[in-house]
Design a protein around this ligand. Sequence first.
Ligand SMILES: [Zn+2]
Length: 74
Amino acid sequence: MKCSIAGCPGEYEEREIVHTVRYYGEVIVIDNVPAEVCSVCGDVLLKPETVRRIEELLHSAPQPAGTVPLYKYV
Ligand SMILES: [Zn+2]
């Protein structure tokens, strides 16, 4: 599928990404999220069912599979 960013000649390709969301002020990182990523500009598209799955995951608040170092840009 062609990229939706004006003037970008890229195409979206299926990839697994690291998705970061802020949920009630906390940074949540979800790995291996299926997404469409533009090969040129890196624009990311999530399918509606993927967004729904992420929301379900956040609401069910499972134990994290791991922890990540969190840095602030200063
Ligand atoms: Zn693009």
